[in-house]
Design a protein around this ligand. Sequence first.
Ligand SMILES: O=P(O)(O)OC[C@H]1O[C@@H](O)[C@H](O)[C@@H](O)[C@@H]1O
Length: 306
Amino acid sequence: MSDSRNKPPANGTLGPWSFTRWNTIGQLEALEVHHPLFQATLCLQGAHLTHFAPKDEPNWLWLSDLARFQPGSAIRGGIPVCWPWFGNPARNAPEIRKRILSEQAHGFARTAVWHLEDVRENAHEVEISLSLNANHDFDHEWEGRALALITFSFSIRGCQIALTTTNLAPEPLAFSEALHTYLPTDDATRTRVLGLGNSQYIDTLREWDYFNQEGPVYFDGEVDRIYETDEALTVITPHTRRKLTSVGSGSTVIWNPGPDKARRLSDFPDSGWKNMLCVETANAASDYRVLNEGQSHTLGVFLGRT
Ligand SMILES: O=P(O)(O)OC[C@H]1O[C@@H](O)[C@H](O)[C@@H](O)[C@@H]1O
């Protein structure tokens, strides 16, 4: 770790790397990767990836045209990191819920400023690691002490993200989380997700009851489901095919707000639901994790081609 690398250079010179540069987007500090083989943009707030694309390709991530890059606001699109709880606190297991002091959905990591740990570059790959020490600074949000370390590995093949949580407190730590990937599509109604057939899911729009999935998932209105699965998933849109392979995850959230919820969402165009879907690699619902002091758990996803 080098503290001098954690801030943009004051005199406007470039950072000490070959392909990675500091930039300011709106009011947020970001790292931009301009590698000959791929590009990426990563905000320090939220360790939030907003752009990844192999050379000459459009962004593999959906980013709202109305996204705000402001301190304290979650960025709409890209890959928000939901941590150390997923979704509505009230919908989490009692042992998670009891330590949450805020009503905020998806935890505090997505609006906290992460610390840049390291940038490693070579001819094929760039790896960027950031950390968030959930210490007494977050006492008003949550009772707990934990360290989150996230590593992004970019290559022409795709983008890999690994989020490791370590419990720093003597008491067991129960937590839920997700890598909340927004994917673009030309037409959500002509998009499908394969790999969930035969799995069970909680439908949050139908009283949080359990249902069985048969065949692909389609989008013809609001979809908000937590699937119990660790299978690799394929997302097929009219013009792209992507594969998401996970580690350390036994649950995947599939979400599209549909036309009515789209109008109520912050920083979200009314018609935006037609051009996105979320496939969220998670430890959610009964797939939450518990760590004893010093223990770690890694949740990861690789987003690549099929
Ligand atoms: O608006 P937020 O807090 O970013 O949440 C977006 C969505 O995130 C998804 O993970 C949830 O399943 C949805 O219910 C929610 O609407």
